[in-house]
Design a protein around this ligand. Structure first.
Ligand code: PAF
Length: 336
């Protein structure tokens, strides 16, 4: 498993971006909705000698996603067949979360993917879960936000993948079903697509580490690439949820990336006391109108909290600005 080359926090100039507005040779990806057809497609590509790379997404694509595609395209010296999955996974949302309002624009996504010229297929299944009879009887056509009812019904989906320790802290503390849902759906996608390579964004740092650990522990023969965060010119980490920020909230939310950069600058100058660093970030975010969910400083691989920065760590932040929960992080290694 490896990470693509790092880019400076507030400049995405060195990140491997595809500019979808200027690509010369647009190419329509094949849209596949059926699991068996997806698996057959992948097997054909491998039989042709291609490396199959998958970029899992929930759609509403932005430049951050396109940089994942760029990393997938560069994943092998062999020809690469790239599959982008677009599937809003219900099981990673708790009933109180934003499944119903999660933004989507499938036609726009397809246009962006076509204009990269490198995406071969889009896997967009209608539903990847077996629904129980209880759910079918109770179905109202509304959004299904988690699958507990199916489990209770006795004949629906009931198999879950849990990365027991890594899923617990940070985002896992405030989103208790999130990583269970992610690990399960990513396992399903891996089993359906059988990729050689899969690319995940390091903006979702804990998610990336959870997937790496799951792949290691369950012997998936898949290389996981962690792709660097892509930011707007002013530093805001790109996210599909940014669209829900008002102009004022968006301006205030810049305090996240700014406080992370300040923390890194300070740490590299010797301010390595984690309690002080975390207090400062909490204070800055609160003063700018954010509501802090967590600020943690943890070892990069194990995500174990540290008290002093004296090796590779990552500062992870989650905070609400208005109704939008944003996450961001910065890696620091005072030894390098
Ligand atoms: O990061 C995401 O968009 C999702 O969590 C993922 C990995 C596609 C699983 O649904």
């Amino acid at each position: 498993m490896h990470a693509v080359s790092p880019c400076p926090l507030l400049s995405d100039s060195s990140s491997p971006l595809i500019d979808w507005t200027t690509m010369a040779a647009p190419r329509e990806p094949e849209v596949i909705r059926d699991k068996a057809a997806m698996r057959a497609w992948s097997r054909r590509r491998r039989a042709e000698g291609k490396t199959v790379a998958v970029v899992p997404t929930m759609g509403y694509l932005h430049q951050g996603h396109l940089s994942l595609i760029s990393a997938a395209a560069a994943a092998s010296a062999d020809p690469v067949a790239i599959v982008v999955t677009i599937y809003v996974n219900p099981s990673q949302f708790a009933p109180s979360e934003d499944l119903a309002t999660y933004p989507s624009d499938f036609a726009g996504d397809l246009r962006k993917l076509a204009s990269t010229g490198v995406v071969d297929a889009v896997f967009n299944p209608p539903d990847l879960y077996v629904r129980g009879a209880g759910r079918r009887a109770a179905a109202t056509g509304g959004a299904i936000s988690c699958l507990e009812e199916e489990e209770a019904a006795g004949d629906g989906h009931e198999t879950w993948v849990r990365v027991e320790r890594l899923e617990k802290g940070m985002c896992g503390a405030s989103r208790p079903v999130f990583f269970r849902g992610v690990a399960t759906i990513v396992s399903k996608l891996f089993n359906i697509i059988e990729p050689d390579v899969a690319v995940f964004g390091k903006k979702d740092y804990q998610q990336w580490r959870v997937i790496c650990r799951m792949v290691r522990d369950l012997d998936f023969a898949i290389e996981i690439i962690g792709s660097e965060i892509v930011r707007e010119a002013d530093g805001l980490a790109m996210s599909s949820r940014n669209v829900h920020l008002s102009r004022e909230e968006r301006e205030k939310a810049l305090s996240i990336s700014r406080s992370l950069v300040d923390a890194r600058t300070g740490a590299l100058k010797g301010n390595t006391d984690c309690k002080q660093i975390k207090n400062k970030i909490v204070q800055t975010l609160t003063e700018t109108g954010g509501q802090v969910d967590y600020v943690e400083i943890v070892e990069q691989e194990s995500l174990v909290p540290v008290e002093q920065i004296d090796g590779p760590v990552v500062i992870c932040v989650a905070a609400w600005f208005g109704k939008v929960r944003l996450i961001d992080n910065i890696e620091i290694d005072t030894r390098s």
